[in-house]
Design a protein around this ligand. Structure first.
Ligand code: MRU
Length: 347
């Protein structure tokens, strides 16, 4: 099993996802600033994984603060939180994990050393809980999938796999569980322009485990549906609002529209830490815009003539009415049923 973020040798080991599939390498992170940079440059990416990484980043930042003064410590820890929050705006798991770490800091009685120790324990708990959550999503997803045909052809977009979580994955967790139970014929993976997380990461994870995978370009998805090649779509999420609208990798919305047009069930698989009950609907989700070079440059090659403009939103929002069910660690729900879980924000 793949663990993209683990605590090892007094620092954090990250699988460098910018180098896969050509090179498997691990980066050691010792400082909160380096963790912020790793999240920004997508050495670590995927909503739950950046939540786990940010939690460890908070601990690393706490460890760097040299004071015994409670008040000064908390003030300086807020600055670490601010830095980590500024890395990527869309995935709410990042903000959720940082808030949980801050809550630990504020609620720990005793010395600054006690707080640091508790912060480390909370980061470890966030990591372990996310792994358990992914296994539960896999099981609930298996139960939610269509019962016919016996062996399903599933389409996914981007990478919501082990690499995007503490391990096992959300959407790819459902695929793994289906494969384990003999219910998967094949996974179709959209390549996922512009950063190609599907072609590079989802395909790589499948190859590691012998899961049959066919990579298609994003624009082929509707055609494949029409050809009868897809029985269900399962994707991950970066932020789900109270009404079930779901932000995920750019291109997800088009896949959902195509699935609706072909009467194919469209599932979102995500932990409850991805649900932002503070936002009423998807129009309020901040959408990250990334460097246009992601569109016009492939390696050393420039793809477009000079003089053109670019627009590079990293995520889009799929309206709740296009979603068949949201698969969580607590079961699969209609988007409209989410509201009954209305949790209090952490702080
Ligand atoms: O920009 P990325 O690669 O971080 O985007 C990842 C996605 O959109 C995933 O589908 C989402 O974070 C869910 S990961 C379990």
């Amino acid at each position: 099993m793949l663990y993209p973020v683990i605590w090892q040798n007094d620092s954090v080991s990250l699988i460098d996802q910018t180098r896969l599939p050509n090179e498997y390498s691990v980066v050691q992170i010792h400082r909160s600033e380096d963790m912020a940079q790793a999240i920004k440059t997508m050495i670590v990416r995927g909503a739950p994984a950046i939540g786990v990484a940010a939690a460890y980043g908070m601990y690393l930042g706490a460890r760097e603060i040299e004071t015994n003064n409670h008040h000064e410590f908390l003030e300086r820890l807020e600055k670490v939180a601010e830095l980590l929050r500024s890395t990527r705006p869309t995935a709410v798991n990042l903000f959720w994990a940082i808030s949980r770490m801050m809550k630990t800091a504020y609620e720990t009685l005793g010395t600054v050393e006690n707080i640091k120790q508790n912060l480390w324990q909370t980061a470890q708990a966030i990591n372990v809980e996310d792994l358990q959550t992914c296994y539960a999503i896999g099981n609930h997803g298996l139960a939610a999938l269509p019962t016919t045909p016996e062996k399903l052809k599933i389409l996914t977009h981007c990478n919501a796999g082990a690499l995007a979580t503490a391990g096992y994955g959300t959407a790819l967790g459902v695929v793994r569980s289906a494969w384990g139970e003999g219910r998967l014929e094949r996974l179709f993976a959209d390549e996922t322009r512009p950063r190609l997380q599907g072609a590079k990461l989802t395909a790589w994870e499948c190859v590691q485990e012998g899961i049959p995978v066919t990579v298609i370009t994003d624009s082929m998805a509707a055609h494949c549906m029409k050809q009868g090649l897809i029985d269900a779509v399962v994707v991950g999420a970066d932020r789900i609002t109270a009404n079930g609208d779901t932000a995920n990798k750019i291109g997800t919305y088009s896949v959902a529209i195509a699935a609706k047009a072909h009467h194919i069930p469209f599932f979102v698989a995500a932990p409850f830490s991805t649900v932002d009950f503070a936002l009423a609907d998807g129009s309020q989700i901040p959408i990250e815009e990334r460097n246009p070079a992601e569109i016009y440059q492939l390696g050393e090659t420039i793809l477009t003539p000079s003089g053109v403009d670019f627009y590079n939103p990293a995520f889009d929002v799929t309206p709740a009415e296009l979603i068949t069910a949201i698969i969580t660690e607590n079961g699969a729900f209609l988007p409209s049923e989410l509201a009954k879980f209305q949790f209090q924000p952490i702080i």
